[in-house]
Structures are given as C-alpha cells and as structure tokens.
Design a protein around this ligand. Structure first.
Ligand code: ATP
Ligand code: MG
Length: 472
C-alpha cells in the first residue's frame, strides 16, 4: 500500500525554504512512526511524501504540514487501453448500480490527455453498470497518473494542515489546564512553532497532576518531533500576597500581570520569542481590551500571542472536543480563588502600578528560583510532597539561613540550612517536616530526600502560614 502525503502551505515557499521545511516534516514523520510503532518507508517527491507501508493509521491526520492524505493503489500500465482494463477490474464491482464520476490528474508524457482518460475510463465503468454523474456522484473514481504508473485513490482524508512543528521558532505556552489555553497551544503548534509549557500552580499537587495529565495527552497525540519541557511555578505565595494587600476588584488583573511578569522573565532566559495565552477578547473581565492593554504593559522583551482572540467560547469548546482535550479540561477545577464579585473591566495602568508597590518585592524572584522542570511524558512519580499539619513524633526542620531565622522566628526541632541539606544525615525511620518562609524551597528539598528514601514532607504555605494558624 502507498500513502501520499500532500503538503499544505509549504508549497507556497521558495525552493530553499521549502527544503528546510520538508526536512523538518520528514523528521516529525519519522518521530511519529517511532512513537506509534509504525513500519513505513518515506520517499520525498517534489510535491509530496510517499510512504510505503502495510497499513494506514490515523496518526497521519495529526501531523502538521500535511494538507491531504491519499491512500492509493499503484497500477503499472502500458497505454490507455491497458489502464482502462485494469481500472475496470478494480472498480467494476464498486460502481455497479451507483452514480460515479472519474477524475484524472496527469504528470509526464502520454499520448492522451486527462479529459480523454476520464471519458474512456468512465465509458468502461458504465459497461459494468455504473451511471455517470459529474455534479454529485455517490462515488468519485480518482486517479493520479505519473509517467507509466497510475495511482487509484482508495481513501482521501484531510490532514491537520499548517506547518511542521519546529519550522516557526519557539514559543512559551501558558497552560492552566482549562479549555482555552490548550486549544491556544494547539493553534500555535499548528502554525509550526516549537513549544514549551509554563504552568502557574494555584492548586497544589492536584492541580499539577491534572495539568500533567492534559499535557501528556496533548504531547503524545500531536507533538511529534519535539519533547517540550513543562516549567512549573508555585504561584500560591503570590496569590496570598495579592489577597493580603490588593483591593478585591484588582485581584484578577494584578494576578495576571504577575503571571506575565514571570513568563516574560522565563521567555527571556530560555530564548522564547513570544508567550502564548488562551485569552479571547471580552470573554471575562481580565480579557477586555483595557485589561489586555494593562496586562501587556508588563512585558518588556517578549510579545504575547493570543491565537484565540477572535473566537467565541462555543467555538473554543468545539475545538477542544475535536482536539480531544475537552474531557480532561472539564475535570480541571478553576483553582484561582481570586475571582471577586465586581472585578475592574477598565483598569487604569497608573493605579495598577501604584497598587503593585504594596506587594512583597522579592517574591517573584523567589518563585522563579524554585521553578520545577518536568519533561515528557510528564509523569510525576511522587505523592503529594506537602502536608498541612505536623503528625505526632515528626521532626520540624527549619531550612532557612541564620539571617532569615532572625527576621522571622520559628520553633523548629532541627535547623539544617538549605545549602547543607546534602551533607546532613537524615534517618530513614523518622518523619521530617520541612519549613521555609513560603514553603517553596522545602518542596525542592523533599523531592530530593524522597529519592533517597527519606520520609519527608513540606509544610504547605511555609512558616508564614504555620504562624498565622497559631495567631488567629
Ligand atoms: P483557560 O481556559 O485557558 O484556563 P480562562 O478562560 O480560564 O483560560 P483566564 O483565567 O483569564 O481565562 O486565563 C487566560 C490565560 O492566561 C489562559 O488561557 C492561560 O494562557 C493563562 N493562564 C491562566 N491561568 C494560568 C495558570 N494557572 N498557569 C498558566 N497560565 C495560566
Ligand atoms: Mg482558567
């Protein structure tokens, strides 16, 4: 069996660019074969790839850069008479009692033209009991002729379209797990951008689990040829800070600006040209034109692409169904509790900047410093690293340095500064609860120690939260 893969817009490129694109497409195709455990040989022709294989599988429809897929039957022929005979043998029974039409595309030198071939082949099939109807036949007999070979089309399927992933730079997709952001990611990879993902964790372990599950599905199903990293940032300390000092109606907009600030920083550090979000104009208060304007002002060295800007919610949901992410996104709760009753829809940039001065200065760099990187298949092996209370007999470990301990007191059983964790002998039979100011570094320590078989937990929200429980 042969499978023709016809290129989408790649075709409009210059010879030089096309060559680069096709190399990427070939690499992605081979990656798909490997992942899907598919045996096939790929041959590059001027206008298509030809795959020699023993079966057709639907993953071809998920490879970007392919417009159309034809599953064809190869026929050697001497002349038109010979071809007619062979087509009659293959198609005679299929057209019997049906309306049909013949379409011929031809390349190479022949002593007949395409129209002639269509007519004569059609005539043969009428003898087998078919009825010609060129307006709306129940069956199209499509044949592509190249020199002395004809390819009878058995199946014609639309491909994913777009450009091969990796042909249009690298971008950083902000994913929340909700419907919109993953559809936005789909739209941008469809246009050929390589991606990595950035997730601001607002709901702890459960939220992270849901997002990794979604990304695992998305990566396996669509991202042939790349292995994007997922950057995870614990954003709960920022949320708490905002709740404490920002007027309620500004919670949403300022949270979004803080996300963008961090995203811009990471984009710059890792060389992403743009960040990508799932916003659509006017969908919610933080997506009005005024809000988007104020949000974008925080970006310095990167731009924000919003592939869904003109989509209705219903269109986005339909797309998520088509892509297959609907069911998983539906399970993801809206974790952000920062949705006040009356959010601003026309925020003023100056006022927003003034309010932001109230926020803790070093928190942004702190959450970036404790960023976690997870690679495909995005499986997180550990159980929840956080704990809310301190079980009987557990040892409270303060991992802050001396300076921090002096600023904020905490009655720990043990003090092992962060930098000395590797050298300290933790005992296997005991339970350790780790504490730092916000509970960020403690999570890192716990992950490390659990790999060594130590029973360790990070106190959720850190010392600031622990102390507040005892104060109020
Ligand atoms: P979504 O369906 O993608 O969650 P939404 O309709 O809930 O979007 P917002 O909460 O305003 O809308 O988020 C707008 C965009 O900001 C999201 O599409 C996503 O790109 C980004 N974003 C929001 N929350 C997060 C998060 N926790 N982590 C990473 N990106 C986020
Ligand atoms: Mg959301």
């Amino acid at each position: 069996m042969l499978i023709f893969l016809k290129f989408s817009e790649i075709f409009t490129k210059t010879e030089k660019v096309r060559k680069v694109f096709l190399n990427i497409l070939k690499k992605n195709l081979e990656s798909a074969f490997e992942r899907e455990n598919f045996k096939g040989k790929v041959i590059l022709k001027r206008d298509k790839f030809i795959v020699e294989a023993s079966e057709y599988r639907d993953f071809f429809e998920r490879i970007f850069g392919i417009k159309k897929i034809l599953v064809v039957n190869e026929i050697d022929f001497k002349d038109l008479k010979d071809l007619k005979k062979k087509i009659k043998k293959l198609m005679g029974d299929k057209v019997k009692g049906k309306t049909f039409g013949v379409r011929v595309k031809r390349k190479g030198k022949h002593n007949f033209n395409s129209l002639q071939a269509e007519r004569e082949i059609g005539g043969e099939l009428v003898k087998k009991g078919g009825k010609v109807n060129l307006d709306n036949p129940s069956l199209w007999v499509k044949i592509e002729i190249e020199e002395n070979k004809a390819y009878l089309v058995e199946k014609e399927i639309y491909g994913a379209g777009g450009f091969p992933i990796g042909s249009e730079g690298r971008v950083l997709c902000l994913v929340s797990g909700g419907f919109d952001s993953i559809v936005a990611s789909y739209m941008i990879v469809k246009r050929g951008s390589g991606v990595s993902f950035l997730f601001f964790n607002l709901g702890g372990f459960t939220h992270l689990k849901e997002v990794t599950c979604l990304l695992n599905f998305f990566w396996k199903r669509y991202l042939y040829g790349i292995s994007p990293s997922l950057f995870v940032i614990d954003f709960r300390p920022i949320v708490e800070d905002i709740r404490g000092v920002v007027p309620r109606s500004y919670w949403g907009i300022i949270l979004k600006r803080k996300m963008f600030e961090v995203a811009g920083e990471i984009a710059k550090r890792f060389g992403f040209k743009a960040i990508v979000t799932g916003e659509s104009l006017g969908q919610v208060s933080s997506q009005t034109l005024d809000s988007l304007y104020v949000i974008d002002r925080i970006l310095k060295d990167t731009m924000c692409l919003r592939p869904l800007i003109g989509f209705d919610k219903e269109e986005i949901i339909n797309l998520s169904r088509k892509i297959g992410t609907y069911e998983i996104s539906k399970r993801v709760k809206e974790y952000c509790a920062l949705v006040p009753d009356k959010p601003v829809t026309k925020p003023d940039l100056k006022k927003v900047e003034e309010i932001e001065l109230l926020l803790e200065k070093n928190l942004i760099s702190l959450v970036i410093r404790t960023m976690r990187v997870i690679n495909p298949p995005y499986e997180i092996e550990e159980e929840d690293v956080e704990i809310e209370g301190v079980p009987d007999g557990a040892i409270k470990v303060d991992i802050r340095d001396k300076e921090e301990r002096e600023i904020l007191a905490f009655g720990a059983d043990l003090q092992v500064p962060y930098d000395e964790i590797d050298n300290y002998d933790f005992e296997k039979g005991k339970i350790y609860i780790f504490f730092c100011n916000y509970g960020l570094f403690s999570q890192e320590v716990v992950l490390k120690l659990r790999k060594k078989g130590i029973k360790a937990y990070a106190y959720r929200g850190g010392i600031i939260r622990f102390n507040s429980h005892f104060l109020f």
